[in-house]
Design a protein around this ligand. Structure first.
Ligand code: AMP
Ligand code: MN
Ligand code: MN
Ligand code: MN
Length: 295
């Protein structure tokens, strides 16, 4: 008997149903090529890609978990919660995400209006056509503005136009923290605080967030996240241990040319952090037909 092979989990990734570069099928194909055993699709505020991803994952023999990345407003700050293994038929979760989708549409219209005031004319239709049937995000604006040569690259567009205080920024009130956790848990999912270090909170705010998140039923935080430095990983691991939260692991992959990290390329979970998949008795069996056909 050989020892069990370590499973490679990537529990945070995007498709064209939000601001990712690949279709759900394209994402699954790349997950297989990257040697991932279990992948979660976590588009911003939508579950529309689950069915396609699920079908592709079944065909290609990789484990698939339906997920979502929910936009949350907490204490005036925007946070992201990842819901893992959610039942996408759960009515309160579906209704909640529909509300956020509507907000995204209204926000896009307002952003375009604000951008007109600084001379960016007629961007709205371009942005909607780029977003297609997926959620419209600031990333779509960034791509359209960059295409027009209005900034050096996508990151530069964010800095010049799309962040608080800049001409295209529109303040949003997203879902409440307690509400979003309730949607996820109600749908049988696991609530994960995404990329905790990226919010640039002070230590005391971060601890306050972890405490409230836990009190409301949050179960895990991303200890391993695509852009995290070794120091970030250590800080997140400490937070997980202090507040008795499980550790999740997700690249937050969007695509090849966005400067985002690679799919599945994450360091191992620190030994003293309990991984989120300890909640899933079948974790070892997920995607167990791997490796499938090569391509
Ligand atoms: P939204 O939820 O529509 O406000 O868009 C948020 C998304 O924009 C994030 O999930 C990232 O993918 C992307 N984003 C945010 N800030 C930046 C940045 N500075 N550079 C590049 N992408 C960013
Ligand atoms: Mn994104
Ligand atoms: Mn995020
Ligand atoms: Mn994300």
């Amino acid at each position: 008997m050989s020892a069990a092979i370590a499973r490679v989990f990537d529990l945070h990734a995007h498709s064209t149903y939000s601001d990712g570069a690949y279709s759900p099928r394209g994402l699954i194909e790349r997950a297989v090529a990257a040697g991932i055993h279990v992948i979660a699709l976590t588009d911003h505020d939508t579950m529309a890609g689950h069915q396609q991803a699920e079908e592709a994952a079944r065909e290609l023999g990789v484990g698939f978990l339906p997920g979502v990345e929910i936009s949350v407003t907490w204490q005036g700050k925007t946070l992201h919660l990842v819901g893992l293994r959610v039942d996408s038929g759960h009515p309160p979760l579906r209704a909640g995400l529909e509300g956020l989708a509507l907000h995204r549409q209204q926000r896009a219209f307002e952003m375009a209006q604000r951008l007109e005031k600084v001379g960016v004319i007629g961007i709205y239709d371009e942005v909607l056509s780029l977003a297609g049937q997926g959620m419209v995000t600031r990333t779509h604006f960034a791509h359209c503005l960059a295409r027009r040569g209005l900034a050096a690259d996508v990151r530069d567009v964010f800095n010049r136009y799309l962040t608080p205080g800049k001409p295209g920024y529109v303040h949003s009130t997203w879902a409440g923290l307690e509400t979003a956790i309730a949607w996820i848990r109600g749908a049988g999912g696991v609530a994960v605080l995404a990329h905790p270090i990226r919010y640039k909170l002070t230590g005391s705010w971060l601890r306050r967030l972890a405490l409230e998140f836990k009190d409301f039923g949050g179960q895990a935080i991303e200890v391993l996240s695509g852009q995290a430095s070794p120091g970030d990983v250590q800080a997140s691991a400490q937070l997980a241990k202090r507040f008795d939260l499980l550790g999740s692991c997700g690249s937050d992959f969007h695509g090849p040319d966005q400067g985002w990290p690679k799919l599945g390329r994450l360091p191992p979970m620190p030994k003293d952090v309990t991984p989120v998949w300890s909640l899933w008795p079948d974790a070892e069996a997920l995607g167990s037909t791997f490796p499938p056909a090569a391509f």
